[in-house]
Structure formats: C-alpha cells, structure tokens
Design a protein around this ligand. Structure first.
Ligand code: CTP
Ligand code: CA
Length: 221
C-alpha cells in the first residue's frame, strides 16, 4: 500500500465517492434506511487522496478524512442523487459505495404518527428511489465507474447482473448477512470487471481493500 501511494498515480485526477446508508423520512422522529457504517466508502476516499487525487466524498456518516478529501454530508437518497450528479461531469473516477435505501415513503408526515389502539399496526406506502449508479452509467463519458453489490446469496451471479445492467466498469461484490459485512473493519470481496474473470480477494482490512479497488481502477483509467 505504501509503495503504491508513494507513486501518487492520481495526481491531477478528480475522484467522487459516496459512503454510508441513506435515511428516508417517515415522520419527524422515524426513518427507514439501509445498514452501512460508511467505513468502506470513506476508506476509498482516503485511499484516493493518498494516491494524490482531489476527492469529493458524499457521505451520510461523518468519519475522519485525509487532507485532499472534501466531504459533503447528505441524508436521503434524493440528496445523495443530487450531490453525485452535480459532481459527476468533473470526475475521472466515481465509486458508489453508499447503501442507498431502495424505497422511500410516498408521504412524509409533518407530525409524529401516533398509535391509535393497543393492537393496530402501521401500513406505509413506499416508492422506489432513483438508481443513482445506473443514472451515472447511462450518462458517463470518460468516467471510470465503480459500484458495489451487497448480496446474501448467489454473490457472483447477482453482482455480474448489476455490472451489466448499471453500465459500471467494476462491481465490488460483498457478501452480507446477519453479523457479516456491515460495520466490520474487514471485508472479503470479489471484484468483477467487464471481460475479466472474477478476482476473489482474501479477507483484509477495509483500508487495504479500498487501496486495492483504487489501484485496480487507476490501472484501467
Ligand atoms: N445503488 C444506487 N441507487 C439505488 C440503489 C443502489 O446507486 N437506488 C447502487 C449502490 O450504491 C451500489 C449498487 O447500486 O453501488 C448496487 O446496490 P445494491 O443494493 O446491491 O443493488 P440494487 O440494484 O439496489 O438491487 P437489490 O438491492 O434489489 O439487490
Ligand atoms: Ca438495493
């Protein structure tokens, strides 16, 4: 990692990274969202900065960043979408590590939803959020586009489908489950790229996985 970073191969390049899980408001005290600590995305931003890039990190979680990383904080998928698209044209490398909530409530209640009786439940109407990675895949020109895939089963097949459908150049496939993947300091990922065999990495610290992702992307930019 140190030797790679010492070469500063990303000097003069702009890197755009997302990190963390989005929160979709139900009412002033509740939200629905995806699990994500923001550690992997922030590690990618820091790895790119260590390699000399000017980095914009769009994050839902505030974690320590290196000099060279400008952090923009957002909460919802809609805010994340707007921040990513606003920075997309200027970027050379884009890494979509955020866990975007797939659905948001149709209506956001202005007041706290109260329980009515002892045995009632709650029905929420949800709509799909826009697919930010696919939107960037559809409009990319010179950008090298990296996405993630969090899968509980059929890791490579599901991730391969995302590589193709979303117009990404690389998908980092991440096995997840109860007690696995989220909020850990290590990851065991498989890297998929167009026309290449899957590259299964050994379990490693997130900062080392992040440096590998940035190094592999940089080699193809
Ligand atoms: N993604 C996105 N916008 C969304 C949903 C996902 O940009 N609305 C991105 C994620 O940041 C990730 C990639 O798409 O880089 C794959 O996310 P994932 O949740 O694994 O896939 P989905 O396409 O949402 O499919 P599903 O959750 O149904 O498996
Ligand atoms: Ca999803």
């Amino acid at each position: 990692v140190e030797t790679y970073q010492a070469k500063q191969p990303l000097v003069g390049k702009r890197v755009l990274v997302s990190a963390g899980g989005t929160q979709e408001r139900i009412d002033p005290v509740r939200y629905i969202g995806n699990d994500s600590s923001g550690k992997m995305g922030t590690a990618v931003a820091n790895a790119a900065a260590a390699a000399g890039a000017e980095v914009t990190l769009v994050a839902t979680k505030m974690l320590p960043v290196l000099p060279g990383v400008e952090a923009v904080y957002v909460t919802s998928a809609a805010e994340l979408h707007d921040a990513m698209l606003a920075n997309f044209d200027a970027a050379d490398l884009v890494v979509m590590a955020a866990a975007v909530a797939d659905f948001r409530p149709v209506d956001v209640s202005g007041t706290k939803i109260k329980k009515q009786s002892a045995d009632d439940g709650l029905h929420l109407d949800l709509v799909q959020n826009p697919d930010i990675l696919a939107a960037m895949g559809a409009q990319k020109s010179h950008q090298y586009l990296v996405g993630f895939a969090a899968e509980t089963n059929d890791l490579v097949a599901n991730a391969q489908a995302k590589l193709e459908h979303k117009g990404a150049d690389m998908i980092v496939a991440n096995p997840v489950g109860y007690g696995q993947g989220f909020n850990a300091d290590t990851d065991t990922v498989t890297i998929l790229r167009r026309g290449q065999d899957p590259l299964a990495l050994d379990e490693a610290a997130k900062r080392d996985v992040a440096a590998t992702i940035v190094g592999l992307a940089e080699a193809e930019m």
